[in-house]
Design a protein. Structure first.
Length: 232
């Protein structure tokens, strides 16, 4: 089975091409210029394995949360490939992907992504169970969720920053373990996509990224509509 996995939800673009004979991975920290680099990187990755787009059996990307623009780049590119080649596409929830690296941890796990504007995207896990939906919250709100825990693992791309914010917000009597080890995001994405595809099939045609927060454009539009209503 030939699987192409792409994640562009962070400043680091991650790609993996997995075949029955092994895998090839590619990562590039390009300052969120993924729209310029993704397709050429995919083509180059296929060339290295003497494959074409028509040889792919499954496409995988992250569903979110994450960078609004970043999520759309990988999903749009892979949707285009899927439409052109009739290759099934699977999008994996970003938080589930990040949590899967630390399922060995015996206690509560918190996945954290910096959502800017002094907030974080957060999800809580224990063993292989998700305990809450994706959240957009302040670190002080998470402290309340951690009450009664002896030790907690903070993971995700912004684990160190989030742990610092928890301490600054006054967390007490809880040992914070920080997981900031290097991870092969795209390879793990490909593995989870196969499991999800076997269990649930491909994404629906109209599916899109998971946005926990409204975009600035949506917020600005709502404010404009409200202002127009008040003028009447």
């Amino acid at each position: 089975m030939n699987i192409l996995a792409a994640d562009t939800s962070t400043p680091i673009m991650n790609l993996a091409l997995v075949t029955d004979n092994g895998y090839t991975c590619f990562s590039l920290e390009d300052g969120m210029h993924h729209s310029e680099n993704l397709v050429p990187a995919i083509i180059e990755l296929l060339k290295k394995r003497n494959l074409t787009l028509k040889d792919l059996d499954l496409l995988a990307c992250t569903a979110g949360p994450g960078s609004f623009t970043g999520l759309r780049i990988a999903m749009s590119a892979l949707k285009g490939i899927s439409t052109a080649t009739s290759t099934p596409l699977v999008s994996v929830k970003t938080m589930d992907l990040l949590a899967s690296f630390t399922s060995f941890y015996p206690g509560l796990r918190v996945v954290a992504i910096d959502a800017r504007k002094k907030r974080f995207y957060v999800a809580l896990y224990r063993e292989d169970k998700r305990l809450c939906p994706d959240l957009d919250c302040h670190e002080s709100e998470v402290i309340e969720m951690l009450q009664g825990e002896d030790h907690v693992l903070i993971t995700g791309p912004d684990a160190t920053l989030f742990s610092t914010k928890l301490v600054e917000a006054g967390i007490k009597d809880i040992r914070l373990d920080i997981d900031n080890s290097p991870k092969n995001i795209a390879l793990q994405l490909a593995k989870l996509a196969v499991v999800q595809f076997n269990e649930k099939g491909a994404d629906a045609i109209g599916s899109g990224p998971v946005y926990v927060r409204k975009s600035d454009a949506e917020i600005a539009l709502e404010k404009r509509i409200q202002a127009l209503r008040e003028e009447k």
